[in-house]
Design a protein around this ligand. Structure first.
Ligand code: GDP
Ligand code: IMO
Ligand code: MG
Length: 420
């Protein structure tokens, strides 16, 4: 039986997961998203054409790959339809390739509205304003409209009416804003569902069949470890569990947990939105990383905060995800730096401290300096052809984190990859 793989972000998201899933997909039979929602923005360059996927798995560009959205994903049907339309316009057919769990909790326009109203208030954490937090709240509070509710009209009307009432109370009384009209919410939802209905089906059984017939499955994580609702930099996190260990729940296929785990990390660090970030650079160097790395959010277009690689945080991620291998992306972005740094320890109130997410806002980084290689990595096609200084940097990462680096990405295109 072929081995399956869980791919996760090890930092604060945007590590280049989409590109790596796209690359690996050619060797897999299925790709499955298992958490998050359309807060994700996974960028893929296919023959120089740029695609940004939010809900649809990044394996969609291969004819032989079946794509799944598991029940751990919060589903905006409107966002899904928009994405399907964009892909179809570019000649990519999804009809027999995409299957979505009927057990997904739905994200409705009222979730996005309440997210935006809250973010406009003083306690903003810089969410993607897509409604992800409120939709996960509803799931836990047992208020969600599930995709399967859309097939049972009596139940749907009762549930949806009380959800609209619940949000309208907050919208009007807390935020002094325009309420939703139930009839409009209902008819818009049903119109969208009609177009999307053909994509819903059983995900658990289908994944099991693929697996039992010897197929292999790639589980595509969204966001990153430090945004995990339990183990990230709470409360500056997303509302789902982003760790590899959430794959069993989120995919609905329990044997998914027996997969290898590939962690993706940038050769430096970025973060969108508020929250602690010990290695953040506020000087020209941070600006230079942002410019060379084109560090703007794939979902919201917001500038990403940039800083040096944080190996303490990466080691924490490696442990929590039980990583079996590591992929370092965007190494080429560091081509033009005389000096490169990586954080190898923290000081809190002058004392060396191990990684504790609750103390991160007080952590001052201790750096190790590396000499830059000062040349372009664009033409390096294999590990041996990398400059020695780049190899020194990679070897240090591997030894510090204790996980083998199996893949290095040296550009945004599909072919910009070095195997090791
Ligand atoms: P994801 O959310 O983890 O899939 O990452 P994003 O797509 O949000 O952000 C990663 C960005 O870096 C995208 O614009 C990619 O095209 C780009 N990218 C990925 N790998 C590399 C790389 O090795 N080098 C460079 N220069 N860009 C890369
Ligand atoms: P991908 O999959 C980077 C961040 C937001 C905010 C916090 C909470 O592309 O790596 P949310 O809208 O989820 O309630 O926002 O999480 N965030 C991401 N940052 N990449 C992502 O996804 C993100 N998804 C959410 O910026 O700080
Ligand atoms: Mg992204």
């Amino acid at each position: 039986m072929k081995k399956s793989l869980i791919l996760v972000g090890t930092q604060w998201g945007d590590e280049g997961k989409g590109k790596i899933v796209d690359f690996y997909s050619k060797k897999f039979d299925a790709v499955c998203r298992f958490q998050g929602g359309h807060n994700a923005g996974h960028t893929i360059y296919k023959e120089e054409e740029k695609f940004v996927l939010h809900l649809i798995p990044s394996g969609i560009f291969y004819d032989h790959v079946s794509c799944f959205i598991g029940q751990g994903v919060i589903l905006s049907i409107d966002s899904l339809l928009e994405e399907i339309e964009q892909l179809e316009q570019k000649g990519i057919n999804l009809e027999d390739k995409l299957r979505i769990s009927r057990y997904c909790s739905l994200l409705l326009p009222l979730h996005a509205k309440i997210d935006q109203l809250r973010e406009d208030n003083k306690n903003s954490i810089g969410t993607t304003r897509r409604g992800i937090g409120p939709a996960y709240e509803d799931k836990t509070a047992r208020r969600s409209i599930k995709a399967f509710d859309l097939e049972d009209n009596d139940l749907l009307e009762t549930k949806l009416k009380s959800l609209v009432e619940y949000y309208n109370y907050q919208i009007q009384n807390i935020h002094d804003s325009e309420p939703f009209v139930y009839e409009e919410v209902y008819s818009e939802l049903m119109q969208s569902y009609k177009k999307a209905a053909k994509y819903f089906g059983d995900v658990t059984d289908t994944l099991e069949n693929i697996y039992e017939q010897g197929g292999n499955i790639l589980y595509e994580g969204a966001q990153g470890t430090l945004l995990d609702v339990d183990y990230g930099t709470y409360p500056y996190v997303t509302s789902s569990n982003t760790l590899a260990t959430s794959v069993g729940i989120g995919s609905g296929f329990p044997k998914s947990i027996y997969s290898d785990v590939l962690g993706v990390a940038k050769a430096y660090t970025t973060r969108v939105g508020a929250g602690p970030f010990p290695t953040e650079l506020f000087c020209d160097v941070g600006q230079k990383i942002a410019e060379l790395g084109h560090e703007f959010g794939a979902t919201t277009g917001r500038p990403r905060r940039c800083g040096w690689l944080d190996l303490v945080a990466l080691k924490y991620s490696a442990k929590l995800n039980n990583l079996t291998e590591l992929c370092i992306t965007k190494l080429d972005v560091l081509d033009a730096f005389d000096e490169i740094k990586a954080c190898i320890g923290y000081k809190v109130n002058g004392e060396e401290t191990p990684f504790k997410s609750r103390l991160l806002h007080k952590a001052e980084p201790i750096y190790k300096d590396f000499k830059g290689w000062n040349c372009s990595l664009a033409d390096c096609k294999n590990y041996d052809s990398l400059p020695d200084k780049a190899k020194d940097f990679l070897n240090f990462i591997e030894n510090f984190v204790g996980v083998k680096i199996s893949l290095i990405s040296n550009g945004p295109n599909r072919e910009d990859l070095i195997h090791r």
